[in-house]
Write a new protein. Structure first.
Lengths: 395, 388
């Protein structure tokens, strides 16, 4: 009994103290670098590899330095968000999809969480680009809400309960448009409220969040996010807390508004139905890494990675009767002790002992748009390269 | 006292039929109290006349938007809260007529699994105790078999035996939901209310839990009332489906019938809003305008008429009957009225109109206060509409 109860992941107090001491050293140095206010602009201005993208993620690594070890929440994630398109990011909870979006906004909880490597290039539309990873906070404040904005999951908790709706939308406009007068701002706010389908804009302008229903609050959140016509909207599970009928309304609204202001959407969700309906490109994440990416057609008609296939089969679909749902055996690996082989190997049904031995599989291009990280396709496509791994000892 | 219990037991076996549970015209109102003097100034009609019956060994799905009263139905029929009106007959016994002692006897037979596995387990109790507490309390098994029994139940729910001494915080969401299921199952129930058991879980974990629920149903001949807002899950697990809107049942039928041929406009809109995981699938979506009206002040006539695209004049004032439109397919909508019903509805409409005219004329003091109430209600409706 005593043997069984001993936890493999148990660490003693002494070990934990040593870990936190080392973490403090690393995070302090990284923070110092970041807070350097006299940073030369050449350090964070780069060029886009492709001008038609709004955002290019290149081997982004976001780690959390916790007292029980380093959690590699996002570990070498690369994908692009083209202009005027919707990119859906799917995965189970804890797979790093939210942390990816937070890294893009530089909103990761510091100092525990740090973007330690890679590049996030944000198009500046004049031939230059920001590398978000190195951009100082003062410049980030101009970008957030203006060029990139975010819609959060819970409309109930993300609006401030003590300010009126009007004031909360005005705030964004005031911050980013210093030349606008108060009247102009008010007009623009009312226009925004009408745009997101609120009929009684004048009335809602003077209301507090608690007076509105969940769907209405999510509309207000969208109005705040769109106020400055950003080029990228990050929607982090925008409809998870809402009913199906309200969800349909909100998705319709997002799709129409995206075309109206010519922006891109990064849609994070775990609902494959929502992704299929909204997204042009799909990125499937598992345990902090991208396992498959491609156009919606690629992913839904020809899913290649065993995890994607499992995910598709485990969701009941209306109109398709199955006796038993497929369930992916086993659990997600412990984020602190990630294995040094394919992360999905222990749960995989297609696993081949010879093929799948060795390190984490590289990205393999099996068609122009379709990329998958799985040894099964080693001979069927061009190998793009392994995700870059950052050794925490070297930091 | 024991004699009475025995009597009811005899009654049970006599009246035992196909239906485990029958609900007749169940109503549950929550009073709205004024801030001063705590006078009751209105009622939130959370459940307003719901009737259905569940056959032994089957699953009934209950769907609807949040706030339509599905969870209240689940809680009320377990007598976790009192009713306002109606009957709940479980195995031939009206649950609300039982005394405290009798109710205690029947409690193990009816169990519930809650939505949130994170808040429905006591953080200070080890798993074995959580599952076994009620078993000991109700003397389900003799004390010497207790340990074995708990282990057996845990294995049936896919939990390892040695988890017994662990605490809830050591488990993931899916495992916690398994613990909740084991806790309900340990009492050897006939009927389980599953109140959104999978909506707090991830897709792949959802599949595990749904499969487990189905397998347990086969093994133990359980009956489920499956409350959920996820229609695809309901379609997968249920034999019959009831659709609720603002406290009333608007449609009820077998799963295949209701999904292939929804009758009520609300059901149609609800089903068309389900996202389909196929990028090439283009459907004609019926997008409902606005949100669900307040149950404290529901619209007159058909409750759905404010959002219905097939709204007729009679819908605005006459409440539609809940009737069998096709064999085994119940629906409450004027679209499927027989001619007699149409006539009755029109007569009622005329009557209402005349009353309204009378009330509008000056010098009819008796009708005046009623009129004011109507106007107030209309104003409030307008206000709520504008809010939306």
């Amino acid at each position: 009994m005593a043997l069984k109860r001993k936890n493999v992941n148990y660490i003693s107090g002494k070990e934990s103290r040593n870990i936190s001491k080392r973490n403090r050293e690393i995070t302090r140095r990284l923070e110092k670098e970041r807070n350097n206010s006299k940073k030369d602009s050449s350090l964070y201005m780069t060029k886009m590899h492709d001008e038609n993208n709004v955002v290019e993620m290149d081997n982004v690594c976001t780690y959390f330095f916790t007292d029980i070890g380093v959690v590699r929440a996002v570990d070498g994630v690369s994908f692009n968000i083209p202009k005027c398109s919707t990119v859906g990011v799917v995965g189970e909870s804890g797979c790093g999809k939210s942390v990816t979006s937070l890294s893009l906004m530089q909103l990761v909880q510091r100092p525990t969480g740090q973007v330690v490597g890679g590049e996030i290039r944000l198009n500046n539309d004049d031939g230059t680009a920001y590398n978000i990873v190195n951009t100082p906070t003062s410049i980030m404040q101009e970008i957030r809400g203006n060029k990139v904005s975010m819609i959060f999951q819970e409309p109930m908790t993300s609006l401030n309960p003590v300010f009126k709706i009007g004031a909360q939308i005005n705030e964004v406009l005031e911050l980013h448009n210093k030349e606008m007068t108060k009247e102009e701002i008010r007009e623009r706010t009312l226009e925004m409220l009408k745009m997101v389908g609120i009929a009684n804009a004048e009335g809602v302008y003077n209301m507090y969040p608690h007076e509105l229903s969940g769907g209405m609050r999510q509309r207000v959140m969208i109005a705040i996010a769109l106020a400055c016509s950003p080029k990228l909207i990050i929607a982090d599970e925008p409809t998870t807390a809402l009913d199906v009928t309200i969800q349909a309304q909100i998705l319709d609204l997002l799709r129409n508004l995206k075309d109206k202001i010519n922006s891109s959407i990064m849609l994070i969700t775990h609902d494959l139905g929502v992704i299929a309906e909204m997204a042009d490109y799909v990125v499937v994440m598992y345990a902090g890494r991208v396992v498959e990416k491609g156009t919606a057609q690629d992913i839904f008609h020809n899913p290649c990675h065993p995890y994607t296939i499992g995910l598709m089969n485990s969701k009941p679909v209306v109109g398709k009767q199955v006796e038993e749902l497929y369930n992916i055996p086993g659990n997600v690996p412990n984020p602190i002790n990630m294995p040094n082989y394919c992360y999905f190997k222990d749960r995989c049904e297609f696993c081949d002992k010879e093929k799948c031995s060795g390190r984490y599989p590289p990205e393999i291009k099996i068609s122009d748009t379709h990329i998958v990280s799985c040894y099964r396709f080693m001979d069927q496509g061009e190998v793009m390269g392994y995700p870059k791994i950052i050794n925490t000892e070297e930091l | 006292m024991e004699d009475i219990v025995k009597d009811t037991a005899v009654n049970e076996s006599e009246t035992k039929n196909d239906y485990v549970l029958e609900v007749r015209n169940l109503k549950k109102y929550f009073p709205i109290k004024s801030s001063f003097l705590r006078l009751v100034i209105g009622n939130v009609k959370a459940v307003d006349g719901v009737s259905f019956a569940i056959k032994r060994g089957t699953t009934m799905g209950l769907v609807g938007e949040s706030g339509c009263g599905k969870s209240t139905v689940g809680r009320t029929l377990l007598r976790l809260q009192s009713k306002t009106e109606g009957e709940v007959i479980f195995d031939g016994v009206d649950i609300f007529k039982l005394s405290k002692k009798e109710l205690r006897k029947i409690r193990p037979k009816i169990q519930i699994i809650f939505q949130d596995p994170y808040s429905s387990l006591s953080p200070r109790m080890p798993i074995g105790e959580i599952i076994g507490e009620a078993v000991r309390e109700h003397n389900i098994v003799p004390p010497e078999e207790y340990e074995d029994y708990i282990s057996r139940i845990m294995r049936a729910c896919g939990l390892q035996e040695y988890y017994k001494d662990r605490y809830p915080h050591e488990f993931s969401g899916g495992q916690r939901q398994r613990i909740c299921i084991a806790r309900a199952l340990a009492l050897n129930p006939d009927f389980i209310v599953c109140d959104e058991p999978v909506s707090a879980l991830d897709v792949s974990i959802q599949a595990q839990i749904i499969n487990l629920l189905k397998q347990l149903q086969r093994d133990f001949n359980l009956t489920y009332l499956f409350i959920s807002h996820d229609l695809s899950v309901v379609e997968h697990i249920s034999d019959t489906v009831g659709v609720m809107y603002l406290g009333s049942m608007v449609e009820y039928s077998e799963t295949e019938k209701i999904f292939s041929n929804p009758l009520h406009p609300y059901t149609k809109a609800l089903f068309s809003a389900i996202p389909v995981p196929d990028p090439d699938y283009k459907m004609e979506r019926i997008v409902l305008e606005g949100s669900i009206p307040s149950p404290a002040n529901p619209p007159k006539g058909c409750k759905f008429h404010t959002r219905c695209k097939d709204c007729m004049k009679m819908c605005e004032c006459v409440v539609p009957n809940y009737k069998e439109v096709e064999p085994g397919h119940f629906c409450a909508c004027h679209l499927y009225n027989s001619e007699e019903e149409n006539q009755a509805a029109e007569e009622e409409m005329k009557k209402l109109e005349e009353e309204a005219e009378l009330a509008n004329k000056p010098g009819t003091p008796a009708a005046e206060p009623e009129d004011e109430v109507v106007e107030d209600a209309k104003e409030e409706e307008k206000a709520s509409e504008t809010k939306e």
